[in-house]
Design a binder for this molecule. Structure first.
Ligand code: 13P
Ligand code: SF4
Length: 332
C-alpha cells in the first residue's frame, strides 16, 4: 500500500513535484528527471504550449509536466477547447491526430512518431469502404483509436467512454462498429435490440487478460474490487465488478474508495491513481503498452525544443475526419 506522507529528502530540486512521485521514483534518480522537467516547464511558458497526457503516461510525466490529463474523450474535448499555440500530446499517434483535426491551425506535436496503437494498425480506409459496400446504408461508428484516414470514411467516432451513447444517438437497428471487436461486443451487451457488426481488431494490451487472471486475483486478494477496460474480452468484463474507460475507472475509485482495487489495464494507471488515493491498496495485474511507453520526459523536452514531430493531415481528408469527431463531441 502507498503511504500517506511521502518522505522528501532535503535539498532535492523541485521538492513539491517530487512529493507527487516519490512513491515511484527513488531520490537519486530525481535530479536527472528534474532537469528535464524544469526545461519543459520553461519551454511551455515561452512558447504558449500545453501538454495533454493520457492516463497511461508514466507518473513523472502525468504528475509533473502535464497540463491536462484524462482518457481519450477528455483529451479530445480539451484539445478542442485550448487556446495554446502548441499542443504536445503525451500519448499515442491517433490522439495527436485527433488533436490536430480539432485544431487545424495549431502546431500539434507527438514526442515520438512511432507511438502507434495495435487497434489503429488493424484497419485501413479501404477496409471501411469495403464494409460499407457489404452493408449498404448501415452507419459506421469508429473508435477514436484509428487513423484520420479511417475516421474520414466514418459517420461518427466514439471512445470507450461514450460508445453506448453514440450508438443510441443514431436511432437505428444496425451499426458497424470498428475496429475493436471486444469494445463492440461489450457495447452490444449494453444496447439490446441494436445489432452491431464488428471488425477483428484488438488492443494488444487488453486482449491478454483472461477471466482466469481475474479469478486468481480475487483468490489471492480477498475483497478486491476489480475494474476492467471494455477493450478486454467480454469474459473478462463479465468477471469484473465494473468496466469503463480509463476516466471511468478513476472516477469509480474516487467515488467508491474501495479498500483494495485491481485496475485490469495498462500499468501506469494504478501508479497515477495511487498518488491521488494513498489510502486505497492497488493490486496490479497489469500489462505495459509499448506505444504509450515510447513517450518520455527527454522526448517531450526535445519535442518542444525542436518542434518535432509535427502532426500533419491532408486538409481534404481532415475535413471529412473532423466531421466524425465533431459529431461524437456533440453527443452528451
Ligand atoms: P481510454 O479512452 O479509456 O482512455 O482508452 C484509450 C486507450 O488507448 C485504452 O487502451
Ligand atoms: Fe492502443 Fe491498447 Fe496501447 Fe491503448 S493500450 S494505445 S488501445 S495498444
Amino acid at each position: 500500500m502507498v503511504s500517506a506522507a511521502p518522505f522528501v529528502p532535503a535539498n532535492l530540486p523541485l521538492p513539491d513535484l517530487y512529493a507527487r512521485v516519490s512513491h515511484h521514483i527513488p531520490p537519486m534518480e530525481w535530479p536527472i528527471l528534474a532537469g528535464d522537467i524544469e526545461a519543459i516547464l520553461a519551454l511551455k511558458r515561452d512558447h504558449n504550449a500545453v501538454i495533454l497526457a493520457h492516463n497511461y503516461q508514466t507518473p513523472e510525466i502525468f504528475h509533473t509536466v502535464a497540463d491536462i490529463v484524462g482518457d481519450s474523450l477528455a483529451l479530445a474535448r480539451e484539445a478542442a477547447a485550448t487556446d495554446a499555440d502548441i499542443i504536445v500530446v503525451a500519448g499515442v499517434h491517433f490522439m495527436a491526430e485527433t488533436a490536430k483535426l480539432l485544431n487545424p491551425n495549431k502546431t500539434v506535436l507527438i514526442p515520438d512518431s512511432a507511438a502507434g496503437c495495435s487497434l489503429a494498425e488493424s484497419i485501413t480506409a479501404e477496409d471501411v469502404r469495403q464494409l460499407r459496400a457489404r452493408h449498404p446504408g448501415v452507419p459506421v461508428v469508429t473508435y477514436v483509436n484509428t487513423s484520420a484516414a479511417v475516421k474520414a470514411e466514418s459517420d461518427v467516432c466514439c471512445t470507450s467512454g461514450n460508445a453506448k451513447k453514440v450508438i443510441e444517438s443514431l436511432g437505428v437497428p444496425r451499426v458497424i462498429m470498428l475496429p475493436d471487436e471486444f469494445l463492440a461486443q461489450n457495447t452490444a451487451a449494453q444496447v439490446p435490440g441494436i445489432e452491431i457488426i464488428t471488425w477483428a481488431g484488438h488492443c494488444e494490451v487488453h486482449e491478454l487478460f483472461t477471466a482466469d487472471d481475474i479469478r486468481s486475483v480475487r483468490e489471492s486478494y480477498p475483497g478486491v474490487v476489480v475494474l476492467a477496460h471494455p477493450e478486454a474480452p467480454p469474459e473478462v468484463v463479465a468477471e469484473a465488478d465494473f468496466a469503463g474507460s480509463t476516466a471511468g475507472m478513476v472516477d469509480f475509485v474516487g467515488e467508491k474508495r474501495p479498500a483494495r482495487v485491481a485496475l485490469v489495464t495498462e500499468c501506469s494507471m494504478s501508479d497515477n491513481v495511487a498518488v491521488q488515493y494513498p489510502e486505497v491498496e492497488f493490486v496490479r495485474p497489469c500489462n505495459l503498452c509499448p506505444h504509450m511507453k515510447q513517450i518520455t520526459l527527454p522526448k517531450i523536452r526535445r519535442a518542444l525544443e525542436q518542434r518535432q514531430y509535427e502532426v500533419t493531415i491532408d486538409p481534404a481528408l481532415a475535413e471529412r475526419a473532423r466531421v466524425a469527431v465533431e459529431r461524437m463531441l456533440a453527443v452528451r
